[in-house]
Design a protein around this ligand. Structure first.
Ligand SMILES: Nc1nc2c(ncn2[C@@H]2O[C@H](COP(=O)(O)OP(=O)(O)OP(=O)(O)O)[C@@H](O)[C@H]2O)c(=O)[nH]1
Length: 312
């Protein structure tokens, strides 16, 4: 009869979120599905801190992708806050998709995630084997079996296990179709053309943080927070020559870290500023003037008041 597939008369909408160990490919997959760089990706683990949504708009559905921070074994108050945030998100969304990079064996990190996920009842769960372009078909087959075995072991029921490559685009469309098929009927949740409802300040802050950590992540993995103090178009500029002025503070925990971030005679901070400015300009599409200041917020990871001030 073929009525539903060709001309769906029901519109579906809802939320999905990708989870997975650091570097599993969540951000890249989100970008591939949305078709625009919204979430910040990096070659190094644990950079996704804020919840940023990308929106897939289709004739038959609107799929809102929520990108959560990675789940970690909490060592600090910040770690616990992040895990709470993750679990809250899982219970609120329609679909949770766990990413298992095909070029790595499932490990303790994945067990930890699935153990937590098994406690979340109603949400539809998917497994996604990411980065399939990096492995042979035989390796992929073994990977899919390993995912299934782990799920059986920990009592997680996956609706589907889907292999994808965000790099080549292979099966990304299929994954979107499968997600949409699991969404409830409902109206469009966001107006057309809106790719992300992440405030531009958050995007800017995340890009600055990303640039500041580049090359020094081993020394300062979780010790940088960025607060955008002010962000506004410069007044009195001609309409065709806008300039977005951003004043941001980079918070570190200790004096020694301040030195690392600033570098010899400020050389590193200037590089960070240039790199971040270019990224922000590319994403927001406006020339940017970026003013960065480094400040010390002592032991901010353990202090609830500081955490709140920094947006956690
Ligand atoms: N070859 C290949 N590389 C990929 C693919 N997807 C992601 N990557 C790479 O894997 C690395 C991590 O990807 P991300 O998307 O940042 O991973 P993530 O899970 O969001 O990482 P966190 O933010 O640290 O949690 C990056 O270097 C990506 O370029 C893929 O399909 N194929």
């Amino acid at each position: 009869m073929g009525r539903v597939a060709e001309h769906p008369d029901t519109f579906r909408s809802g939320f999905a979120c990708f989870v997975g160990r650091p570097n599993a490919g969540k951000s890249t997959l989100t970008n591939a599905m949305v078709g625009s760089k919204v979430v910040i990706t990096s070659s190094k683990p644990q950079t996704t801190r804020t919840v940023v949504r990308g929106i897939v708009n289709r004739d038959d559905a609107q799929l809102v992708l929520v990108d959560t921070p990675g789940l970690h074994r909490p060592r600090t108050l910040l770690g616990e806050r992040l895990n709470d945030l993750v679990r809250t998100t899982w219970a609120e969304v329609d679909i949770v998709a766990v990413c298992f990079p095909a070029d790595e064996k499932p490990g303790p990190g994945d067990r930890f995630i699935l153990t937590e996920l098994a406690k979340v009842r109603r949400t539809v769960k998917f497994a996604v084997a990411t980065k399939t372009d990096l492995v042979t078909p035989e390796q992929l087959a073994a990977h899919l079996l390993a995912i299934q075995a782990l799920a059986d072991d920990l009592g997680v029921e996956f609706a589907e296990i889907v292999p994808v490559s965000a790099k080549s685009g292979d099966q990304v469309g299929l994954l979107a179709d499968l997600f949409v098929g699991r969404l409830p009927e409902g109206p469009q949740l966001y107006p057309d053309g809106e790719l992300s409802d992440a405030p531009e300040e958050n995007i800017a802050a995340e890009l600055i943080r990303e640039a500041a950590l580049e090359g020094v992540r081993d020394e300062l993995p979780h010790s940088i927070a960025v607060v955008v103090e002010e962000m506004a178009l410069k007044p009195d500029r001609p309409a065709d020559k806008p300039l977005l002025v951003i004043h941001a503070s980079l918070y570190v925990e200790r004096d020694s870290q301040k030195g690392i971030v600033i570098g010899h005679r400020g050389a590193r901070l200037r590089e960070v500023g240039t790199a971040a400015r270019k990224q922000i300009e590319a994403i927001l599409g406006t020339p940017v003037y970026l003013d960065l200041h480094v400040k010390i917020a002592k032991d901010w990871q353990r202090d609830p008041r500081q955490l709140r001030k920094l947006g956690f």
